[in-house]
Design a protein around this ligand. Structure first.
Ligand SMILES: C[S@@+](CC[C@H](N)C(=O)[O-])C[C@H]1O[C@@H](n2cnc3c(N)ncnc32)[C@H](O)[C@@H]1O
Length: 262
């Protein structure tokens, strides 16, 4: 029997994960994608083979936290899944008296996140909360990370969530927002989708896996254009908003709240 477990790098850390073959066999009925125990078990392999640039975004989330996390403040990872960004931030701000809070509404994800993070008593302290990020308490924040999570929030509720994050950020604090995005030019949009599928094929996914996963996500993951994201973030009050990373239809934006003096 081949060993189904893989060793997958989560930033510099190593997480034991099974290979993702959840969509390999024809599925009788079409069900929406959920972050359950089956997904949690394969998640590091799934996201690494599905999101172009994922490892860079996670590593640079740590780099950004290293620059912006201030002593005595909190850093949040909203939709933390297995804690990849928590680990990257923890490494980057070891020398500071900060607290990192990871929030996710999937108990299955958080159970595995606890295993990944281990029992470390290292600073900064990490607190994991099972709950909805739309009603989470966000306060005294210098860094808030929303990596591939806003896309699962209903479009009509995104402005309120981002406004709530803005209110909880200290002056000079940042939001890192990573998303699958769409493009208003239909031909460009189709090209980016095709290139994304090429990326997945090159990493071992079959056409059946790609199409079944796409159907499962169709009503659950709603991408928006970069212009829509930029405008919404500016409406929330962020004084500087722009893309710092993009690969095909995956991008990450950095939004900065004005420091007190400006
Ligand atoms: C694609 S994963 C995020 C990946 C993770 N940030 C990373 O970079 O590895 C989306 C996560 O958001 C969580 N999620 C989705 N909607 C949520 C909500 N309303 N409140 C809290 N967590 C949510 C899901 O359970 C899932 O773990």
């Amino acid at each position: 029997m081949p060993d189904k477990r893989l060793w997958t790098s989560q930033d510099n850390g190593v997480t034991e994960t099974e290979r993702d073959n959840l969509f390999a066999l024809p599925l009788g009925s079409k069900a929406d994608f959920v972050f359950d125990e089956k997904v949690a078990r394969v998640f590091p392999d799934m996201i690494r083979r599905s999101v172009p640039g994922y490892e860079s975004i996670i590593a640079m989330t740590g780099t950004l936290a290293g620059r912006f996390a201030t002593a005595g403040s909190r850093c949040y990872d909203l939709g933390c899944s297995l804690g990849a960004s928590i680990l990257a931030m923890q490494r980057a701000i070891r020398d500071r008296d900060c607290q990192i809070t990871g929030i996710d509404n999937s108990q299955d994800m958080l159970d595995r996140c606890r295993l990944v993070l281990g029992e470390s008593r290292d600073l900064p302290r990490v607190e994991l909360i099972c709950g909805d990020i739309r009603s989470a308490r966000i306060e005294n924040a210098s860094v808030v990370v929303l990596n591939f999570t806003l896309q699962f929030i209903p479009v009509a509720e995104r402005q309120a969530l981002l406004g709530h994050i803005f209110a909880g950020l200290n002056p000079g604090g940042i939001l890192v927002l990573s998303e699958k995005v769409s493009f208003s030019d239909v031909r460009h949009d189709q090209l980016m989708i095709a290139l994304h599928h090429d990326f997945k094929r090159a990493r071992g996914y079959t056409d059946l896996e790609i199409s079944q996963k796409r159907s499962a996500l169709e009503h659950v993951l709603i991408p928006e254009t970069l212009d829509v994201h930029r405008q919404r973030l500016r409406r929330c009050g962020f004084h500087s908003v722009d893309v710092w990373f993009q690969c095909f239809n995956f991008a990450s934006l950095l939004a900065i709240k004005a420091p007190e003096s400006t």
